[in-house]
Design a protein around this ligand. Structure first.
Ligand code: AMP
Length: 426
């Protein structure tokens, strides 16, 4: 496969699709697009290691649209010919948006379904007929159980952010969904990392896949400049406010570990005259979408998010990501900083690390195989007399997870109860 292709014209895409790509302002395919588009067009299964920000969505959406528009649908009502599974509602909504954008010159209908909103309108949308369904696993299975979706005509199945779906305990749902699709189908699996669990899943569902790897395994996006600032626990918000003001940051995504922490920080930022919004699993889908829109449109300067809520957030060229608290899971660090430096633009990821988090930092540095450069600020020197305290992960939220209606407590996906508990507070 050609890795150096530098125009879209040579990838085998139709003019209707090329027109849509051009109107997005894309001039050159990203490496994953250069590799995935021809492979998918040729009908191969694909196993791709690619993080958010690499352009993977267009990498599968463009050739998918082309294949659907080239091969006529069977006569009679529209059947679901392609299914995209995503771990979160936000990612589902974003993929659906991409499908609409890239397919605007085609006669292909798509529908997005996810939990947290009413099921009836989704049933009606599917009953009207569509070729592409983008879905989170839980809601799709609910619809399937109610006989509201028929997956027997699916030609292409796409698992986006498969590692995340496994992390969130969706493995059983995914297997049940796959069992409802024809064995004769094209399958594309995208994952930021390749754990043994992912390899097992892939070997069971992919046939002779084309392997695509655009970033080295478990490494962070290269164009992101990473920094660590050691600071005392209770001075983090003061330092953050100072950095936002002094550097005149206009759009910052800040990660906290818990929902409570996100709300608290957002209030502190507002009190300092820095407009912010918090998004996390306790907010309704509409509230999360609204906050994201305000942020994208620069009406809100800081978006404070927990890992699960921020998953899949797509903001082109987000310049600053701040880890107000380090994540407990080293892999989440990679996902977090993947929000910046997207598709070729530069980004900066700053982590504010207090004495409680030294072990987490060591775990992250070992995981990404990089020692992150340290910076300091005058007046914010660390007080060596402060002793480490256990990390608080939030309370009273046991068993709730970000992806849908609190059903996730049965979906631990094989993680330890410690880690499950820590995820529940997000
Ligand atoms: P993704 O990795 O699919 O989440 O895409 C990351 C971002 O890159 C999105 O904002 C896309 O709109 C953008 N993008 C995708 N393909 C290209 C391209 N060929 N050139 C420039 N930007 C792109």
């Amino acid at each position: 496969m050609n890795n150096t292709t530098n125009t879209f014209d040579t990838l085998g895409l139709d003019s209707a699709i090329l027109k849509a790509v051009a109107s997005e302002g894309y001039t050159r395919p990203t490496p994953i697009q250069a590799q995935a588009i021809p492979a998918v067009l040729e009908g191969h299964d694909v196993l791709a290691a690619a993080q958010t920000g690499t352009g993977k969505t267009a990498g599968f959406t463009l050739p998918l649209l082309q294949r659907l528009s080239q091969t006529p649908r069977r006569s009679g009502p529209r059947q679901i010919r392609a299914l995209v599974l995503t771990p979160t509602r936000e990612l589902a909504a974003q993929v659906a948006e991409s499908v609409r954008t890239y397919g605007k010159n085609l006669k292909i209908r798509s529908t997005v379904v996810y939990g947290g909103v009413g099921i009836e309108p989704q049933k009606r949308a599917i009953a009207k007929g569509c070729e592409i369904v983008i879905a989170t696993p839980g809601r799709l299975l609910d619809l399937a159980n109610q006989k509201a979706v028929d997956l027997s005509a699916v030609e292409t199945l796409i698992l986006d952010e498969a590692d995340r779906m496994l992390d969130m305990g969706f493995i059983h749902d995914i297997k049940k969904i796959i069992a409802q699709t024809p064995a004769q189908r094209q399958t594309l699996l995208f994952s930021a990392t390749f754990s043994s669990e992912i390899k097992r899943l892939a070997s069971g569902m992919l046939k002779d896949p084309v392997l695509i790897e655009v970033a080295r395994q478990n490494t962070t996006a290269e164009q992101v400049s990473q920094k660590v600032h050691h600071v005392d626990r209770h001075r983090k918000q003061e330092l953050l406010i100072r950095m936002i003001r002094e550097n005149d940051w206009k759009q910052v995504l800040v990660f906290t570990r818990t929902k409570h922490g996100a709300n608290k920080l957002s209030k502190q930022l507002d009190a300092a005259g820095i407009r912010s919004e918090a998004i996390h699993g306790n907010k309704t889908q509409n509230a999360r979408m609204k906050a994201l829109k305000s942020f994208k449109e620069n009406r809100v300067r800081v978006l404070v998010a927990t890992d699960i809520a921020a998953r899949g957030i797509d903001i082109a060229a987000l310049p600053h990501v701040v880890n107000f608290e380090l994540p407990n899971v080293a892999e989440d660090y990679v996902h977090r900083i993947g929000r910046t430096g997207r598709a070729g633009s530069d980004g900066e990821a700053l982590s504010l690390v207090c004495v409680d988090e030294h072990q987490l930092l060591r775990n992250i540095e070992r995981f990404i195989k990089v020692e992150i450069p340290k910076i300091s600020t005058e007046g914010f020197e660390v007080d060596p007399s402060i002793r480490p305290e256990p990390i608080q992960n939030g309370r009273n939220n046991r068993g709730r997870c970000g992806s849908g209606r609190g059903r996730s407590h049965n979906r631990s996906g094989g993680r330890s109860s410690q880690s499950r508990h820590s995820r529940s507070a997000r």
